[in-house]
Design a protein around this ligand. Structure first.
Ligand code: NI
Length: 133
């Protein structure tokens, strides 16, 4: 894609935040940091985004919660065409982490992630997405 140059006016504090963000994440310059932020914003803006994306859903939960594993499996079967693979890690005696690799329209993946994260007993859930088109 062609690169377009433009200038940006920012409050000093915002610029400092940008520079700090760039440094912490090892971006080589401000353009790269801004590009990352804009992409991330666009991709995660689910309602306006019909882009093809790939990503992962991370779930942390206690497998002793009644029906939890079954519910997670049922939901994943409902969305089987978007799920590339899933991996289960036994973190502690009762604590589990599942990482599900997904690919599809951003809005659909968001819906899938929302359903999984809403299952009773999920302690932590997060969807990350990158453009895949
Ligand atoms: Ni486990």
């Amino acid at each position: 894609m062609p690169i377009v140059r433009f200038s940006v006016s920012l409050e000093k504090e915002l610029l400092q935040s940008l520079d700090q963000f760039a440094a912490e994440n090892h971006f080589t310059n401000r353009s790269q940091a801004l590009r990352h932020l804009i992409n991330e914003h666009t991709v995660t803006h689910k309602w306006q985004c019909n882009n093809l994306v790939a990503g992962s859903i991370t779930l942390v939960f206690n497998h002793h919660r009644r029906d939890l594993m079954k519910k997670l499996t049922d939901i994943q079967h409902d969305y089987h065409d978007m799920i590339l693979s899933s991996q289960h890690f036994h973190l502690e005696k009762e604590l589990c982490m599942e990482i599900i690799a997904v690919k599809g329209k951003a809005a659909s993946l968001t819906k899938l992630a929302d359903r999984l994260i809403a299952v009773k007993g999920i302690q932590h859930g997060k969807l990350t997405m990158s453009r895949a088109d």
